[in-house]
Design a protein around this ligand. Structure first.
Ligand code: HEC
Length: 212
């Protein structure tokens, strides 16, 4: 990889292996669909360096498109039960990983520069326990480590996937509740916190998550 610098921090991908959208994009072109670029010129089938199969301007356009996609806006923000759920989300420390507020740094794209946004992730890797260890690794991530996935848009994903949820890294959870109950490792206390909630508090928490 021409531009790989070891001091970069991973942000994208289930194992946080890609450090920016350009890195993620050229890896996807190369490894998922076998198209080489000036950034990643080694052909995955022959292992040979070949001429770029895609123009650099096209790669840059795709990255710009991804950078400027609009995030889904939270629905029912004023709903009392949704607000109660948000409080519980903080109380049982879901927000320690699923961070409700991050700030961008400088960006040459003005609309993205120094902006506060609500992704519900810290973009960091966490030990999620043996139940989520599937023996797969990437970069320096351990087999049981996963990057906190953003929860923005999660309430819309059911409709977008034919009325089904496919949550967690391999889609094994078919509801938000079952995803929560699969949390282990560093997130074990939050899971226990959820299990100790009253039925109505659980429902409020789930309603809040579905509003995202
Ligand atoms: C220690 C960090 C941590 C804490 C605390 C935590 N989570 Fe997570 N959460 C994760 C990680 C990492 C994953 C992805 C695991 C995987 O893909 O196997 C995840 C996945 C999820 C998912 C599935 C998202 C998706 O797109 O697949 C939901 C929903 C979720 N968490 C909600 C919660 C709630 C609610 C709480 C509090 C009860 C909570 N989390 C606490 C780190 C955390």
């Amino acid at each position: 990889m021409l531009f790989l610098k070891t001091e970069n921090i991973g942000r994208f991908g289930k194992k946080a292996a890609a450090f920016d959208l350009l890195h993620q994009t050229v890896n996807a072109y190369n490894q998922d669909i076998g198209i080489t670029s000036i950034f990643n010129p080694i052909d995955v089938y022959t292992n040979l360096e070949i001429d770029p199969e895609i123009a650099t301007s096209t790669v840059n356009d795709v990255v710009f498109y991804l950078q400027t996609l609009k995030a889904p806006i939270q629905r029912n923000q004023g709903d009392a039960v949704v607000k109660q759920g948000a409080t519980i989300f903080n109380q049982i420390n879901c927000a320690s990983c699923h961070k409700s507020e991050l700030k961008t740094g400088y960006s040459p794209i003005k609309a993205l520069s120094n902006k506060t946004f609500a992704p519900y992730t810290d973009l960091l890797l966490h030990d999620m326990g043996s139940g989520l260890d599937d023996g797969y690794t990437e970069g320096s991530a351990k087999t049981y480590e996963w990057r906190t996935p953003p929860l923005w848009g999660i309430g819309l994903s059911e409709d977008a996937q034919g009325g089904n949820y496919f949550l967690m890294h391999d889609g094994r959870a078919n509801s938000i509740e079952s995803a929560i109950l699969m949390h282990g490792g560093e997130a074990n206390n939050s899971k226990t916190g959820y299990q100790n909630l009253s039925q109505s508090d659980r429902e409020a928490l789930l309603k809040f998550i579905k509003s995202l």
